[in-house]
Ligand binder design. Sequence first.
Ligand SMILES: [Fe+2]
Length: 508
Amino acid sequence: MNRRGFLVSTLLGLSSSPLMAKLASDYRFSTSPFTLGIASGDVTDRSAVLWTRLAPEPLKGDGGVESHSIPVQWELALDPEMSRVVRRGEALATPTFAHSVHVELEGLEPGCEYWYRFSVSSHSSRTGRTKTLPDRNSHPDSVRFITASCQNWTHGYFVAYEHMIQDKPDFIIHLGDYFYDTSFGVADFRHHETEKAPVTVDEFRCRHARYKTDKHLQDAHAQIPFFTTIDNHDAIEDMDPEKFAQRAAAYQAWYEHMPVRGYEAAGDNYFDLQRTISLGDLIQISLLDGRQFRDRKEICSNDYPDFGFGNYRERCTAVFDEDRSMLGEEQERWLSENLMQNSSTWNVIASPGPFLPFRYHHDGKELSYIGAWDIYPANRERVAKAIKTAEVGHPLILSGDVHSFWAVDGSLTKDVSERVPVVEFVASSISANWPEELAKPVTDNLPHNPQVQFYDPDKRGYLLHEVNHKEWKTTARAMQDVRDETSPALNLASFLVSKGKPGVKRLY
Ligand SMILES: [Fe+2]
């Protein structure tokens, strides 16, 4: 499948271009337009993206700004008081991109903290902090970072972010489901603006804006750089031509609300999301896009629609097609080269969905979860081959999607042919629940899956990774109660992987 999708701007009703919109240099806001906060992300050793969006009325499709293009000033400084400004400039917030601003900074110092803010007319944003990665040719002693995923506004507060801030990570990798298109029926808590899933770009904008009003999320974005990728609730899955317009609307609104590069033109049904996160000779992380280019997941008959909401299937012949891909040809090639050429101590794949096999025994059959790599076995085998062939970096996989904490040792998988010498840590969700219909099949099948060293379906939270050249420590940070805006966090479990040694050791 060709990576490049269709330009569907006419279907989206995108009539405004920057040139057509009226330039309003003296536009006056009666209230602050920085209601959605500020953010930084996509950092490298020399670059960063700074983000904001002008939206005095955030839950309106146009944010309350109408069809004007508005110049926004930005400043970058070396101190939180903004007294030592090293860069300043102006970016145009256009109605084409919902008055979002993406300042792509180049030529920064490696491993350096910066502070930034935006201003327009008499209003200034809060001051944010970001940090570049260490020089790609350097030898960093250690790093700490977080993997997280799955924040559902209607299931819980995003209080996990308050604890992430206190953990002082160098960056956060968000593995997708940054928002939920549907609520999944929790009645007695906060609601989405509508139960209808977004279809148009304005509807996607409203949903993103709803999430971006969350205080915990805003605080984290203002203090920690993010890397982000998409999962199934962020955008339409698979390459279904009938859904291209909706998918393009989702991508565009996602770009408008994230501190990222890679979305080229309004209405584009393609988004360059894969990233190589390089931390000198310590870690290289290949952050994947597991949704945009993959072959269809719904290819086998759904014989058990009442089991786990119909997410588990017997693997039919088509699943084993050699050409079947989760990543698409181009991304597969990129990943393979990344894994093979990496000379860092740790060689990491960050995947939205779980990578290692898990088998569900049900009704005398062996079933697989259709959201994971289990239904793309040929692609997984190609990645596994690259992992086995790469001789330098110790491999690890970090994933999310399944709203529960897992630690998995791929060398212990029952089926010898599916063994991969890699440890995978799965982050639980920030707030999205893990209903009994999905949790119990995993628990019931643990005896069939000795590779799973740890599984906790009950707690929401995230994973904190503390890494040096000898050891990789991962701690499951769990929220006591995501319905409590001030919930404490507890260390649920902690794991150690030693460089060059197989397997994972549970510390507590
Ligand atoms: Fe999710």
